[in-house]
Design a protein around this ligand. Sequence first.
Ligand code: 5GP
Length: 140
Amino acid sequence: MTAYDPENIFAKILRKEIPSFRVYEDDETYCFMDIMPRSDGHCLVIPKTPCRNILDATPAQLAACMATVSKVANAAKAAFNADGITLQQFSEVAGGQEVFHLHFHIHPRHEGVSLRPPGTMGDMDVIKSNAEAIRAKIDQ
Ligand code: 5GP
């Protein structure tokens, strides 16, 4: 398996070398908004320690991420009055992965509304206010 690259964009976000809209963090995980949102409230949960994806993550990294996914998913569902949540995880190029630091996509979903296609930059003011809406529903 290819080695973890500490210059990947999410590692830079963790080091605060590039900005992000924070939703939640604890000692082990960080949650922030996706800047090309495929749903309103699309956010990402990552471990603070390095791993590429589901194939090299430790049980402890996965457990920490899932605890945060659960917390944020419930908050996002409430914030957007959603009917459900889609959780996505892509591993390696063949699996659809583009950024090689383990991440879980959280999408609030409404019945009959499809995910938007990937790759379109969102409106930063909207993304910022969506982050605030989710944060407001998390009891920390
Ligand atoms: P993947 O296909 O690797 O699961 O998804 C990577 C995700 O990272 C995509 O949804 C993309 O929109 C998001 N992304 C790429 N670059 C940045 C960035 O600089 N900041 C943030 N917040 N998200 C990013």
